[in-house]
Write a protein that binds this ligand. Structure first.
Ligand SMILES: O=C(O)CCC(=O)C(=O)O
Length: 236
């Protein structure tokens, strides 16, 4: 990775990567993804909607070997080495978030670090900046009409913002967290949308505020495959 990109990641807290994997990988991952959505692969143990609203399958790697080892993870690991500055970043988490055409629910502005405690981490704590990265791989072409990622740059360096449970019960693991009044608590004039072709991805810091739009299209599914890499082991 070029130094300029690494510097940009540290400055902004995210990068848009136009092509993380090729079409063959998109097709292979998409085929298994579709089988999970259709119930042809039994994922029912962790198929619990985000905020009881949006389809979310946690840990697809527990159900199919392709999600344990694939070109997206290989490419992500190489990027994570550069961005985290460690030789062996570890994948600790993966999930699928699916917005079918007409699933108009947004995923509201939030910082992933807020999910590190139940029901949410308290405002004001420091977000470790060099610990965990989240990749969001588009398996369909995505833009603002079907739910691409948006980010507010620079905020990851500040203490965690206040969050609240926006949907789902506070004790529900797949509760939906949100930054209240994002128009007041974030500088949304700086927000950047990341439209991508299938095979493109974003990568963000756990403190970077992000949002995805709903899918208001009639016929363009939005399949996102999300995985992270950490410089630590779970529980460290
Ligand atoms: O895909 C979405 O709707 C949300 C993704 C997200 O919040 C994340 O990857 O951290």
């Amino acid at each position: 990775m070029h130094t300029a990109e690494i510097d940009r990641f540290h400055r902004d807290g995210f990068l848009c990567i136009p092509r993380l994997v090729d079409d063959a990988a998109v097709t292979a991952l998409g085929t298994v993804y579709d089988a999970m959505l259709a119930g042809e692969i039994d994922v029912s143990a962790t198929d619990n909607p985000l905020g009881r609203i949006t389809r979310q399958i946690m840990m697809p790697s527990a159900y199919h070997p392709l999600f344990e080892d694939n070109p997206a993870l290989d490419a992500g690991r190489a990027i994570a080495r550069d961005l985290l500055g460690v030789p062996d970043p570890r994948p600790i988490f993966d999930m699928l978030i699916y917005k079918e055409p007409g699933q108009t629910a947004v995923t509201p502005w939030h910082q992933d670090f807020a999910y590190s405690q139940m029901p949410f981490a308290p405002a004001g704590v420091a977000v470790p900046s060099d610990q965990t990265l989240q990749f969001w791989l588009a398996l369909d072409d995505v833009d603002e009409a079907n739910g691409c990622m948006h980010f507010v740059p620079g905020q990851h360096r500040a203490p965690l913002l206040e969050h609240h449970v926006a949907a789902g019960e506070a004790e529900y693991t797949q509760r939906l967290l949100a930054i209240p009044h994002p128009e007041r608590n974030l500088d949304l004039s700086q927000a950047i949308a990341c439209p991508l072709r299938a095979g493109g991805a974003t990568v963000h810091n756990y403190g970077t505020p992000h949002f995805t739009s709903g899918n208001v299209t009639a016929n363009r599914p939005r399949r996102a495959y999300i995985f992270n890499f950490s410089s630590r082991r779970l529980g460290e």
